[in-house]
Structures are given as C-alpha cells and as structure tokens.
Design a protein around this ligand. Structure first.
Ligand code: AMP
Length: 410
C-alpha cells in the first residue's frame, strides 16, 4: 500500500465519495470538517450509446460532452480532469467507496489493500450485480489517485449487529456455516444516517434510541434499530427479500420458484430476471416501476392496476414495520426516507393508516408539506413520532472515511 495517510485535519480537506454501479458512477467531493459538498455528479448509461456525465460544482450544473459509449474509467478520468481544472485535487485526502456486500468480514469502514480487494471479489458470489461494479470503481480510482488511501464503506456493515435469531434462515445450519447463507441486509449507510438524524431530533444519544426506518426508493428496506444498533432488517442474503420494490418482488413463497422451474420450465436466468427486474411495482402494475408515474396514473387516470400495485406495496411495508415491533419494548418513532419515502405523501399516508394499533397517525398538512428534500416530524398531535428525513449516504461515506483516516494516523 503506497498511499499517504494525512495526520491532521484541515477545514479544506475533502473526501472523494464514489458509488459505482454496473452502469453508473455517482460521485461527490465532501469536506468532513464543514459538511460542504464542493462537487457532485453522476455518470449514467455507461457502455451504451446514451452514456452521459453531469457534474455540479457549487450551484452550477455542467454536462461534459464525451463521445459515447464510454466506461467507468473514462467517466472517472473526466471527473479527475474537472477536479484538476477547479484546483480541487490537492485537498482530497482519501477516496471513500460504497461497497454493497461485506459479508461477515466487515462491520467497520476498511482501508482497501490487496486482501480486502480479494475478499470483495469473493463476495461477488453474494452480490453479483454490485460487488464487481464496486471493484471497477476502486480500480479506476487507484489508477487516477495512486497516492490516496482508498476506503470501503459497506452497505451491510450497519446490520452486522443483528442477532443470530434475526439473521438465520430456517434452513439446515450447515448452509450457513459452510456457504454463508444467512441474512445480511443492505442500505446500512442510509439507515444509519437517518437514525442519527432522528436521535438529534429526540435530543438524545443514538445509543438510547429505538427506531424503525423505512428506506423506500427503487430498492426498499425496513430496519429496526434498538439502542442505536440494527437488530433486524427486511433485505436478506441478497437485495430481493422483504418488502416489494420497484422491480424486485420482495418476499415470495420459495415454493413458487420450484413450481416455476418444474411446471413452467423457467431457467435460473429467467427466475433471476423475474424476481429482480420484472416484479414489484412494475410487475403488478404492468405499467412502470416508478412510483411517481403510478401515482399519476392512479390519481389522474383512475388506473386500477397502478392502484393495486401501490396498495400491495404499502400494505407490505406496513406489515414489515408492524412485524419489526416484535424486536422492541419501546419505540421512539418511525422514519421515512429514500426517493419514495421522502417525496410521496400518498405512500406515507397509506402505510401509516395501517399502523394505528402502534399509535401512528399523520398530520395531513405536515405530511403534504414535507416533500422534495424537506425533513420533519409529520405525526399528528399525540401520535407516535413519524419523521421524513432526507437520506445522505454520501455524507456517511465521507464522515466514516475521514474518521478511519484520523484513527489510522494517530
Ligand atoms: P431512489 O431509488 O431513492 O432514487 O428513489 C426512486 C423512487 O422515488 C422512484 O420510484 C421515484 O418515482 C420515487 N419518487 C421520486 N420523487 C417522487 C415523488 N415526488 N412522488 C412519488 N415518488 C417519487
């Protein structure tokens, strides 16, 4: 490892945060000391003719013209060029990478060396769509920023505190011991961020808080946080389990998969596509995976199939939240986050109205007003707290990368 660890923190020190997906790279440059985002952007539709990259510096959005198709490395090279043009490279002290699957190996932010890379690669078995893409980002940044420490922040890390009773499946134990077949959970950085924000609202340490958080975006998960720690979450060994999502089915009777193989001749590829890409809101509505489109179709065009899909979606979320109350003896409140959780007052209302037994009820005006990046408590008077909190996974990655650097430099 030839990277340099900076011993002390300056206000203008910045962490470059990289979230590399199979066809996209999201990035931001964040100053941990001030919380400022100096630059952010997204390269999407990589490796296709529609590949494009947008970079926002302060308030100015810039679309960089690159001949498409281009790949992750080209996108990151364009980012480096911009950082150099803006004289920002000297302030970068590390690159923090979102890595989806850390298995049972990583419960903390981790400095990436050859062993860590190898483990992330091995864990691709558990996250075939995500970990290889994360590694592409790591390699590209090692090329672009050879002297900087590269740090991995794992989506699964926050859930490593789950007890055995929550992470084991009702399957033969040797499948867990020999093959790692257990529940891991995802969206950890998001649940951690919003739980911290809720603790601030409650004006007490996170370690004293009992919360349920619903991250509802294209991927969705519900997590129960007891004394500040994740004790159960709805996503499992892979990001398919639990509540229904944009295109993922969520929980289905495992027997259905056998039925599809034996009676309808499905191959493993077809099953994979079915439960990951063709199900959820898209599969049920037969219209779209996008919550906004479905709400519009339901409310403006009376589209019954869109309404059905949204009703199943909300009922399953409410059931998941209610079932997680079994982990707690005390509950400070419920948190909504993610693209749907932060913006859809309809979904929030539909979910919460099915949770009156837990003393949840919304104030309609506050629910309606708390959208588009606004955060706040939307509970009715005398009901249990219910917050909308805009998530910020990038900030967690920057903060935790910086904390690790400071710790290593001591
Ligand atoms: P994410 O994966 O967190 O970016 O969330 C994407 C989801 O948020 C998509 O289903 C969007 O339709 C949904 N979303 C974003 N804005 C709104 C909105 N104003 N109303 C309803 N859903 C929204």
């Amino acid at each position: 490892m030839n990277s340099t660890l900076k011993p002390k923190q300056a206000d203008n020190d910045a962490i470059l945060v990289i979230n590399c997906g199979s066809s996209s790279v999201k990035f931001s440059l964040i100053q941990p000391a001030t919380g400022n985002t100096l630059l952010s952007g997204l390269a999407e539709c990589l490796l296709t003719d529609d590949a494009r990259i947008k970079i926002k510096i302060a308030e100015n959005k810039d679309v960089i013209a690159l001949a498409s198709p281009f790949d992750h490395q080209v996108a990151l090279d364009a980012l480096v060029t911009t950082l150099k043009q803006q004289n920002l490279t000297d302030d970068i002290i590390a690159v923090g990478h979102r890595v989806v699957h850390g298995g049972e190996y990583y419960a903390e932010p981790t400095l990436i060396d050859e062993n860590v890379e190898q483990t992330i690669k091995q864990l691709s078995q558990l996250a075939p769509l995500h970990n290889p893409a994360n590694l592409i980002g790591i390699k590209a940044c090692q090329n672009a920023f050879a002297s900087l420490p590269q740090i991995a922040i794992f989506d699964t890390a926050f859930h490593q505190t789950m007890p055995e009773k929550a992470y084991l499946y009702g399957l033969p134990y040797h499948l867990y011991k020999e093959h790692g077949i257990r529940r891991y959970g995802f969206h950890g950085t998001s649940h951690y961020f919003v739980a911290n924000q809720a603790a601030q609202q409650l004006n007490k340490p996170l370690a004293d808080c009992n919360l349920i958080s619903a991250h509802l975006g294209n991927g969705c998960s519900v997590t129960v946080i007891k004394n500040g720690k994740s004790v159960d979450t709805s996503l499992g060994m892979t990001p398919v389990e639990g509540v229904m999502m944009g295109t993922r089915s969520g929980d289905v009777d495992a027997g259905i998969l056998i039925h599809l193989i034996e009676r309808l001749g499905y191959s493993s590829e077809q099953l994979d596509k079915l439960i990951n890409k063709e199900s959820g809101l898209l599969g049920l509505s037969q219209l779209s995976n996008d919550c906004r489109t479905l709400e519009q179709a339901m409310l403006e065009d009376n589209n019954a199939q869109a309404k059905l899909a949204l009703e199943v979606f909300c009922y399953r979320i409410a059931k998941s939240i209610a079932s997680f109350s079994a982990s707690l003896t005390d509950l400070d409140g419920l948190i909504f986050t993610g693209g749907i959780g932060e913006n859809s007052d309809w979904v929030r209302n539909e979910v919460v109205k099915q949770l009156s037994l837990l003393n949840f009820a919304l104030c309609p005006e506050k629910n309606q007003a708390t959208r588009f990046g606004k955060s706040g408590n939307i509970a009715a008077n005398s009901a249990r707290n219910c917050w909308v909190i805009a998530t910020n996974e990038e900030w967690v990655i920057a903060e935790q990368s910086n904390a690790l650097l400071q710790q290593l430099a001591r």
